[in-house]
Design a protein around this ligand. Sequence first.
Ligand SMILES: Nc1ncnc2c1ncn2[C@@H]1O[C@H](COP(=O)(O)OP(=O)(O)OP(=O)(O)O)[C@@H](O)[C@H]1O
Ligand SMILES: [Mg+2]
Length: 353
Amino acid sequence: MIKLSHIDVVFKDKHKQPVYAVNDVSLSVDKGEIFGIVGYSGAGKSTLVRVINLLQKPTHGQVVVNGNDMVALGERELRNARKKIGMIFQHFNLMNSRTVYGNVLYPLRHTSLSKLEKQQKINQLLEFVGLSEKRDFYPSQLSGGQKQRVAIARALANDPNVLLCDEATSALDPKTTQSILKLLKELNQKLNLTIVIITHEMQVIKEICDKVAVMQHGQVIEQGDIVSIFSCPKQALTQDFIRKASNIEQAYDSIFNHPSLAEKLKDQHLLELQFVGNNHFSPFISQLYHHYNIETTILYSNLEIIHDLPVGTLIVLLSGDNHTLVDAESFFNKHHISVSRLNSLQHENNYSI
Ligand SMILES: Nc1ncnc2c1ncn2[C@@H]1O[C@H](COP(=O)(O)OP(=O)(O)OP(=O)(O)O)[C@@H](O)[C@H]1O
Ligand SMILES: [Mg+2]
């Protein structure tokens, strides 16, 4: 559906030195997939996504979308190819002097549809995004979420099969973000729309993406399906993003700042446990007590369901000496629960465990 091969985008800085906004990126997105690209500011996400519809011409590399070699297309062919690729943005980019209806009409102005067909099409799109009643409103009269819905309707006017979303929920509050993500998921399922989502929030990725690529300094440093990336992130940056998406950072803050922790750590072991999959709904904490007489205090626990697969994290204190720790670790290993020892950690903002 979308195949990017060895894409470079090189700009010149003010000293005429080359800046690799995108550096040798290859990725492919299958039809009907929701593909997330996550990275901090300046990582090259927007530049990369603009390469897909050739708003940004790559300095090097091949871009294939819907079977078209985008770089090789003539002007007219490119215009047609772009109609099949919708795009939405963080700040909606609506035309303030036009109504909701007028904004959605705009991309249809050069089509062969009759006036009536255009009306029907727009009404259908507005109904789809839940804005039928607002058709005569101006953008200034709408909330952020409603504006993004108009932008989505407009992006879908030419029946694209790909939708590019550049930080589409970054200007929205969490509840509105949820509703827009839900709408995108619906579009994906009902229209079999392939969606590429750029974000700096792993929460967004976790919510609806099938696959994710993590970008840093213009490069994709890790990519894969959501379950394997969330359950077994390899790169430090990916781990960092995932920790930020859960509440574990705050949990560590309160645990490490708790006055009684130092006392407890004299004769107890602080561990982080992680498990993936359904087979862990066994009462392993009580088994640990029954088999080894090891007592466990749970300081934090979190269970995420990612694509129907439970991913659990616990921070626990275990009673006992080093022998009991060895027993506990072998017990956890046997049950495919990964263990990180945290006792030696000092309280820092960055927990690189
Ligand atoms: N037209 C341009 N000319 C020169 N440098 C550019 C241009 N566009 C982007 N860059 C540089 O390329 C790098 C990547 O920018 P890009 O906007 O793609 O990052 P991003 O990941 O989308 O960041 P953000 O999350 O802030 O939107 C940055 O260092 C940026 O300054
Ligand atoms: Mg950007």
